[in-house]
Design a protein around this ligand. Structure first.
Ligand SMILES: [Zn+2]
Length: 980
């Protein structure tokens, strides 16, 4: 309990409350505490949200690129004093209903966050997280498994060739294989020489082998200590009880230590600098115009919330949308086609970095990019920024602060990320949340001064701490790195005596035995099936009909925001139009309309909405092998902007104008963005291609989001501006076919007071659309050839997917398939692919909606071995005993899968889709009941029915040499090998 001290401050246990402040937008309080004896810091956000969150993070700035902080993060999660099992973290994910569990390493901190709505679960996870971080075992075998070790190509054959193995070693090979990673690294090196940011904090595979187990333990001792710890909690759980656990279990067992000095500020440059960094490209690719050029400055301190707000407003005004002058200047120049990685304001270093540049440029023209950026800034500082553009940016920031959404990430942790820079870098974390005060100050300063123009001068034009970074494609880079690694291994191998070789074999076999050994997981706390809530919330819309259109209103507490989805059926389009839908989605929101050009439309979108998006979606029906083809336009706006928001939607759908020059830019930007993210899209591409071999629905998804979509975009990118007429005609046909009075369905999520005004506004909107409806649905695509395929991508790793056709949601087998996916992943696939195989991820997943099941690997060093693991996985279920404990965990996991964390913005939309596709409340509750009754026999039955006997289709996306090696060993493995 809190009590007053003689100084008038309050204390809770050994903690002093330093501050308690109101948070109006959150309807809660900000409480800042200090644990006096150890120096541990704590921030608590007290509010009525039941999704309680906990985080502890530690400043962990590395002094090299061995990946020490990142590998430590992995090893910390591999067993602790109280929980001596080999991965309590992954084990807990299956004994919990956590709405979020993860660990992150950034360039200068390591963080362990979780959130859950269940009180017992919170207590369980808190206990495990505290023991893991402060009392980990840090065993040498864990270091070898997660970090780095020697192994022979064949584990027990000392003459089969020496290799490096380790989860992080492979994870980083995959993570660094993109132009984006090259840009990030080059920025750190160029702008922060001599400071932690010049290193690759995740670890460079060239330097990871230099790390020793002792280095790792020393790093833990000085960094993971209460004196260096920052705690964060959020929610409706009483603070006293959480603090009591932290103090009893952790803080009471430590004495205060001196922590290392804070990260210094970068020494300001006298003059700007330049740097060139290579990134891996495919040997066959044409490297022309595939470079990126970025001008970047070190600017204001990331921990100063007011200066950061001003800088953020400036950055978004310059670059935030198609109307933004610096963005427009860059794109219009046609020196490149899309904004470079690193463009915008970044706050993940002690001093923020502002960057602007272009992708898809000729490296020789990097200087022109810099000149253009400088000239544009020069002009803007003289002429002044457009006031209404600045207003629009401020409106957007205000919108973001108002929305309390769990979309993408729990809101409880979004709050943490808002205050993190000030908390971590020594600013004022309260002011980071109390946005209105900073905003008022900014508005006051805007009134009588040129604050933003002065920022352009002081932080950019007159600031010599600047670098011009060019990242260039290098088709030989991967091969050089591979040869260097092999040469290093050969040199090590030459020095190995007989006993050294034997030790490597012994280590490998011991590690394998430990991975295979049965563990006693009963020491870990767990939820029971009885703790699972069995009911879903009943949500019923108020339905209005406006002419022939139907509108469903979901009335929910949205904090003054209206969410609107407009759905129309795209099955009326023929295939040649359907494949243009991804482009149409972009063109719809990025073109001109109603006599205004795209710049004016972009300006309107920013000024009156929280964003508008448009995309094709394919939704499975619950009971029959069928699906719904939807094109959905989604938008959101503050209630006070409802009218201009809906008028804007009317202009886009009824009066869209697509200019050839603008369309050319949109196509080029999309194509460039796809090509430069191939390293990150490998898994998605492999999965969609595999599923296209099983069902018509899969084939359609491949067309809209897979390699087919990439190919469509590549073809479009070759069309010259003057030849785009027919494409524009097709896009306009799509629009007039989709948006008709009779064919649109609208879903609105809003507060009660908005139902009438929105109904009136929608009446005008509907009246604007053309009448009539096409109801001759086009033929659906057939499933593709089932032949196994490999696609070559510029990555040094593999993504391997085997996919199976199973049963629909209402089929009695569907719940067992969902439990099977959890069971296979947790008892077999994760262990075989990640722990033993060194892949970053190994999955088993059931899409109960689409009636599909897949086994997949992510950033995997293997191909053949992985497919063999998939074969063995099926035998594992059929031939080995299924114990009750892992079965219960798999059921618990499946129950969490079907009941994700939501917020008002998600609920209405989700319910509308459920109603459309037959996922009724009754069916969902029946599904959950069936989940609880799944038995070991059920798992064996569905495995043998759907997964056994060579069923399944497979696709690998990988680097050329991995595919080549796999084909040499097993020539029949792939029937088709092509570049992506
Ligand atoms: Zn990692």
């Amino acid at each position: 309990m809190a009590k007053a001290t003689s100084q008038g401050l309050s204390t809770i246990g050994g903690y002093t409350i330093l501050r308690r402040e109101p948070l109006e937008r959150l309807e809660g309080h900000f409480i800042e505490l200090l644990h006096e004896r150890t120096g541990a810091r704590h921030i608590h956000i007290e509010c009525s949200d039941d999704n309680n969150a906990f985080t502890v993070f530690f400043p962990t700035a590395p002094h090299d690129s061995t990946g020490v902080a990142h590998i430590l993060e992995h090893v910390v999660l591999a067993g602790s004093q109280k929980y001596p099992v080999h991965d309590p973290f992954f084990s807990m994910t299956r004994r919990s209903l956590a709405t979020f569990m993860n660990a992150f390493t950034s360039s200068d901190w390591t963080m362990y966050p979780f959130s859950t709505r269940n009180q017992k679960d919170f207590a369980n996870l808190l206990d495990v997280y505290l023991d893991a971080t402060f009392f980990p075992r840090l065993e040498e075998d864990s270091f070898m498994q997660e970090g780095i070790r020697f192994e022979f190509e064949t584990q027990d054959d000392p003459n089969s060739g020496l290799r490096y193995k380790g989860v992080v070693f492979n994870e980083m090979k995959g993570a660094l294989a993109s132009p984006q990673a090259a840009m990030q690294h080059a920025l750190g090196k160029a702008l922060f020489p001599g400071i932690t940011y010049e290193h690759i904090s995740g670890g460079d595979p060239e330097h990871i082998p230099d790390l020793t187990w002792q280095n790792l333990r020393d790093f833990h001792a000085v960094h993971y200590h209460p004196s260096n710890a920052y705690f964060y909690t959020y929610g409706d759980r009483p603070l006293e009880s959480t603090l009591d656990v932290i103090e009893r279990n952790v803080l009471s067992r430590f004495v205060r230590i001196e922590v290392g000095p804070a990260i210094p500020n970068a020494k300001r440059f006298d003059r700007p600098t330049e740097a060139i960094e290579p990134y891996p490209a495919s040997p066959g690719d044409d490297p022309a115009n595939k470079s990126q050029a970025l001008v970047a400055w070190v600017t204001v301190p990331s921990g100063d919330s007011f200066q950061m707000l001003a800088m953020k407003v400036l950055a978004d005004t310059l670059l935030g949308n198609a109307a933004a002058p610096l963005r427009k200047g860059l794109i219009d120049s046609r020196i490149g086609t899309a904004l470079a990685d690193g463009t915008g304001l970044q706050d993940d270093s002690k001093q923020s970095v502002f960057g602007a540049g272009l992708k898809d440029v000729d490296a020789a023209r990097a200087g022109q990019v810099q000149q253009l950026v400088l000239e544009t800034l020069e002009r803007l500082s003289h002429e002044g920024l457009n006031r209404s553009q600045v207003d629009a940016v401020i409106h957007r920031l205000e919108f973001d602060k108002r929305e309390r959404s769990n979309a993408g990430f729990p809101y409880s942790l979004k709050v943490l990320f808002n205050l993190l820079p000030s908390y971590h870098y020594g600013g004022d974390p309260y002011s980071a949340l109390n946005f209105d005060a900073d905003l008022q100050r900014l508005e006051d300063e805007r009134k009588d001064s040129r604050i933003l123009e002065r920022l352009i001068e002081a932080e950019l034009l007159e600031n010599p701490h600047r670098a011009l970074i060019t990242v260039v494609p290098d088709p030989q880079l991967e091969e050089r790195k591979r040869q260097k690694e092999l040469a290093r291994l050969a040199a090590v191998e030459a020095t190995l005596a007989e006993p050294d070789r034997n030790k490597i074999v012994e280590d490998a076999l011991r590690l394998k035995a430990a991975q295979d050994a049965k563990q006693n997981l009963s020491v870990l706390p767990t939820l029971e099936l009885a703790d699972i809530p069995m009911k879903f919330e009943l949500l019923a819309p108020q339905t209005r009909t406006i002419g022939a259109a139907s509108v469903d209103f979901y009335v929910l507490p949205t904090n003054g925001v209206t969410y609107l989805d407009m759905r129309t059926d795209f099955s009326v389009l023929d295939p040649s139009h359907q494949e243009l839908l991804p482009l149409f989605g972009r063109a719809l929101t990025q073109s001109g309309a109603a006599g205004q050009d795209y710049v004016e439309i972009a300006q309107r979108i920013a000024a009156v909405t929280g964003g508008i998006g448009a995309a094709a979606q394919v939704q499975s029906r619950a009971a029959v092998e069928d699906f719904v083809e939807s094109f959905v336009v989604s938008g959101k706006a503050l209630d006070r902007n409802a009218q201009p928001f809906i008028e804007l939607l009317g202009d886009l759908t009824a009066r869209l104008e697509i200019a050839p020059a603008r369309l050319r830019e949109i196509i080029a930007e999309s194509a460039t963005r796809l090509e430069s993210s191939l390293a990150n899209l490998g898994f998605q591409f492999a999965l969609l291609l595999a599923q296209s071999k099983l069902t018509s629905e899969g084939a359609l998804n491949e067309r809209l989001q897979g390699i087919r979509m990439l190919h469509t975009m590549r073809e479009l990118a070759k069309v010259e501006e003057q030849d785009l007429g027919p494409v524009i005609e097709k896009l306009q046909t799509i629009r007039t076919s989709l948006f008709r009075r009779e064919s649109i369905q609208v879903v609105v999520t809003c507060e009660e007071s908005m139902v009438e005004p929105i109904t009136d506004l929608l009446k005008r909107f509907v009246a604007d659309l053309p009448e009539g409806r096409q109801d001759k649905p086009a033929e659906r695509p057939a499933a593709q050839s089932s032949a196994p395929e490999a696609r070559i991508a510029p990555v040094p790793v593999a993504f391997n997917v085997r996919s199976f056709k199973t049963a629909r949601y209402t089929n009695a087998d569907a719940p067992a398939l969902l439990v099977l996916a959890n069971y296979l992943r947790d008892t077999f696939i994760h262990k075989e692919l990640r722990e033993k195989g060194g892949a970053y991820g190994g999955f088993a997943q059931a899409s109960t909606g689409a009636g599909l099941f897949y086994l997949g690997s992510y950033r995997d060093p293997n191909i053949i071995r992985t497919y063999d693991v998939y074969d063995r996985a099926v035998r594992w279920v059929l031939d080995s005993p299924i114990d009750p404990e892992p079965l219960k965990e798999a059921i618990l996991g499946a129950c969490g899968d079907v009941d994700p964390l939501e917020s008002p913005d998600i609920k209405g939309r989700r319910e509308a889709i459920n109603r459309l596709t037959g996922f009724t409340l009754e069916e969902r509750e029946r599904f959950k009941q069936r989940l609880l009754r799944v038995t070991a026999d059920d798992l064996r039955r569905v495995t043998s029915r759907y997964l056994d006997d060579g069923r399944g289709v497979q696709v690998t996306v990988a680097g050329a040499d991995l595919i080549e090696a796999a084909r040499k060993e097993r020539p029949e493995l792939f029937a088709v090998v092509e570049p992506v």
